[in-house]
Design a protein around this ligand. Sequence first.
Ligand code: G3H
Ligand code: ZN
Length: 276
Amino acid sequence: KLVNGFDLMEFATKNGYILPAFNTTNLEMTYAIAEGLSDAGLPGYIQISSNNLRLSNPKIITEIARDAVRNLDVPIGLHLDHGKSFKDVKDCVDAGFTSIMIDASHLSFEENINEVRKTVEYCHFYGIPVEAELGALRGKEEDIVNESDSKTDPDMVNEFVTRSGCDLLAISVGNVHGLDITPVIDLPLLEKISKISPVPLVLHGGSGIPFETIRNAKKFNLIKINYGSDLRKEFIRTFGEAYELDHNAHDVIHLSMDSKANVRNKARELVTMINS
Ligand code: G3H
Ligand code: ZN
């Protein structure tokens, strides 16, 4: 059974644990993520972005995720990542997602608060926690490209969290989306925000951040970190290599099985390393 996001948050807060949230794109990755977490014996999230819902609608992904966790002993939640619209939020909650992000960070401060507030009112009615974002990351997250970042302003954090009612806060402190830019985490800024924020913090753009930095950030109330590119790279690598070797390579079944195994290993490695 998929676990409620509030329960995952409570586990992380109580145990000084960082929950990995792994982006899935398709069925194979979804199973691989669940199995990787199970191999490590550690909890986390399967997450899917609003963008990715064009390929796999909320009902389908919920069924796949439910099946993927059916016989596993570790707590796993299903999270909407970078929720784009209230419609996506509603569709995901109604389908059975157990945790939600609404990303209105590109809007003005007031509009961001309003969007999050509306999402919180809906999600809390169903007992689902809401992640919101303040500030913007550099880099590429599927089809959103940001040339520059805008770091989270600590002076706005308390008002943002209090008025929006969000349960988790995603921040911009030098973390980047994708593998093209090297992230440089501003730990003093993270520390400053952690002292002000009434809710636990989330880092997007986990791929490429040194494990040591992440483990260090645990004391700054970081309880969730997102991994997308690292897993997508593992998934696609096998196909790319096979195609390079032989342009007639088309044994999709075996290639998919290999890709799935690579993603599973990567997920196990990441969750273990950030919590070791
Ligand atoms: O929301 C998804 C993550 O922030 C993924 O970032 O692809 O750099 O790991 P990443
Ligand atoms: Zn992200």
